[in-house]
Design a protein around this ligand. Structure first.
Ligand SMILES: *Cc1c(COP(=O)(O)O)cnc(C)c1O
Length: 223
């Protein structure tokens, strides 16, 4: 099942890129493996997928131990408690959930090298969602200049689960608009070239709207 799911996802990505004449090389497919164990990850790994995302510190460490010396690129998504930053920040390649100066301070304190971070933006304004508001985004990113362990590689968002296609396009294109504004500022600490958006139910739309990283979980593992 996983093998055909991977084929389907790859085919869908190809179609979305063709629709908008986008270079498929610019779209990074991340497998969100938070809901599965090592055996299912092995199956995905064997299809050639090399980017995985986790949202729990313990599970991440366990899976990293299993795949040690592999060429996997590891992503951390979701809320990260400040007291756990030290356990994870030097083991990952990308952090997708930077949304407060408090967290930035902790990363600064604990990181051995510059960490590639996405600033999470709460585009939809849902109170249940993490992320800085679009209104606060520009100020927040300029404040990050003092943290030399943080590189803002791009912006990340999660769309509401119940959003219509039209709403999804609005949210994703708004994140793209904000990312373009930031990229054009040419900040050294915030090149902001990337867009982490799109999950199993909306990654095709996200790619059509400019996503460069899609975070796909259940579509890999559904039976
Ligand atoms: C779980 C999760 C995903 C993947 O969700 P699916 O609907 O399973 O594809 C993507 N991003 C974040 C932040 C998540 O927590």
């Amino acid at each position: 099942m996983i093998n055909t799911n991977v084929e389907t996802i790859r085919q869908n990505i190809k179609v979305s890129c063709q629709k908008r004449q986008r270079d498929i090389e610019k779209v990074n497919l991340i497998c969100v493996s938070k809901s599965v164990g090592v055996p299912d990850m092995e199956t995905v790994f064997e299809t050639g997928i090399r980017q995985f995302a986790e949202n729990r510190v313990d599970a991440l460490a366990e899976k990293q131990a299993h795949f040690k010396d592999s060429d996997i690129i590891w992503h951390f998504i979701g809320r990260l408690q400040r007291r756990k930053v030290k356990d994870v920040i030097n083991t990952i390649d990308y952090f997708h959930a930077l949304d407060s100066l408090k967290l930035a301070h902790e990363i600064q304190k604990r990181a051995d090298t510059k960490i590639k971070c996405f600033v999470q933006v709460n585009i939809s304004g849902e109170t249940s969602k993490q992320g800085v508001s679009p209104e606060d985004l520009m100020k927040f990113v300029t404040e990050l200049i003092e943290f030399d362990k943080i590189e803002v590689v791009g912006l990340m968002t999660m769309a509401p689960f119940e959003a219509s296609e039209g709403e999804l396009r609005l949210y994703f294109s708004e994140l793209k608009r904000l990312q373009t504004i930031l990229a054009n500022k040419n900040y050294n600490h915030a090149p902001c070239q990337e867009l982490s958006m799109g999950m199993s139910q909306d990654y095709q739309i996200a790619i059509e709207e400019g996503a460069t990283f899609v975070r796909v979980g259940s579509a890999f593992f559904k039976k």
